[in-house]
Design a protein around this ligand. Structure first.
Ligand code: CA
Length: 244
C-alpha cells in the first residue's frame, strides 16, 4: 500500500505487549515517524509487505511466530532495516550466530528514548550507504523477482516478463502486438485487451512500491514504454539491473 501522507518514514512495531507497543509508538511519533503496530508474529510478514515500512522493530518472543522466523521470512523478499528486541542479553550472541539478517539488537527492558536513538542510527546507516542498497529497479529472472529499492513488487510471471521487456530498453516504444509476440508463443489466443489488462495490473503493483514516479508510460495510439525520471530530478539517478 502506498503511504498517503508526507515524506515521514514508517516504523513497523511488532510487539505483543500492547502497553509497550503504545509507548514506543508515542515516542516514535514525537520524533516525526509514522508507525504501525502488529501484536502477533503471524501477521508480521504480511504487514511488512503491505506497509512497506522503512524500519521494523521486531520483538523476539511473539505469539504465533517468533521474531527469528519473521526476520528470516522478511529477508527472503526485503532488505528493510530490522532492529530485534530480546529479553536477555545472552540471547544476542545466539542470534548473531544464527545470522538471521537483523541490523541491530536491543535488550529489554529498554527506555523508549534508547529505541528512538537506535532507530535513527540504523536509518542513518542505511541511507548513508546508498551503494549498499539498490537505487532503482532490480529484475531477477531466475526467481521472477522484481524489486524497487529493495521492495518486492510481487509480480506474476507474465507481469514480470512485460516489465523486463520494457525495462531492458528504456524509452523504446513497444506496440501491443510486439509485446504479445515476446510473451506468448501463440498469440492468436490473446487480444490487445489482454496486454492492456496485464499492464494495468502491473502498473498498480508498481504504484504500490514506487512512491513518486510512473515507470510504464502509455503512448497514445501506439503502445507502451518504460522510463525512469531523468537524473537531476529528485534525489539522484536511478538504475535498472537485470539478472538472468
Ligand atoms: Ca514479547
Amino acid at each position: 500500500m502506498k503511504p498517503v501522507e508526507s515524506s515521514k518514514q514508517t516504523i513497523l512495531i511488532v510487539e505483543d505487549e500492547p502497553q509497550l507497543a503504545n509507548l514506543l509508538r508515542d515516542y516514535l511519533e514525537k520524533s516525526e515517524y509514522r508507525t504501525r503496530i502488529i501484536h502477533n508474529g503471524l501477521q508480521a510478514v504480511s504487514a511488512v509487505r503491505d506497509f512497506a515500512p522503512d524500519l521494523v522493530l521486531l520483538d523476539l518472543m511473539l505469539p504465533g511466530k517468533d521474531g527469528v522466523s519473521v526476520c528470516r521470512e522478511v529477508r527472503e523478499f526485503s532488505k528493510v532495516p530490522i532492529i530485534m528486541a530480546t529479553a536477555r542479553v545472552e540471547e544476542i550472541d545466539r542470534l548473531l550466530g544464527l545470522e538471521i539478517g537483523a541490523d541491530d539488537y536491543i535488550c529489554k527492558p529498554y527506555s523508549p528514548r534508547e529505541v528512538v536513538a537506535r532507530v535513527k542510527a540504523v536509518l542513518r546507516r542505511s541511507t548513508d550507504h546508498p551503494s549498499d542498497a539498490p537505487t532503482g529497479l532490480v529484475l531477477d529472472e531466475s526467481r521472477f523477482l522484481a524489486e524497487w529499492k529493495g521492495k518486492n513488487m510481487d509480480l506474476t510471471a507474465v507481469e514480470f516478463k512485460l516489465l523486463k521487456i520494457l525495462a531492458r530498453d528504456p524509452g523504446r516504444i513497444y506496440s501491443r502486438s510486439q509485446l504479445m509476440d515476446r510473451i506468448y508463443d501463440d498469440h492468436r489466443i490473446v487480444s490487445d485487451r489482454t496486454i492492456d489488462s496485464h499492464i494495468k495490473k502491473l502498473r498498480k503493483k508498481i504504484f504500490s512500491v514506487v512512491e513518486d514516479e510512473e515507470l510504464i508510460h502509455s503512448v497514445y495510439g501506439v503502445g507502451y514504454k518504460f522510463e525512469l525520471k531523468p537524473p537531476g530530478e529528485g534525489e539522484g539517478s536511478q538504475t535498472v539491473a537485470i539478472h538472468p
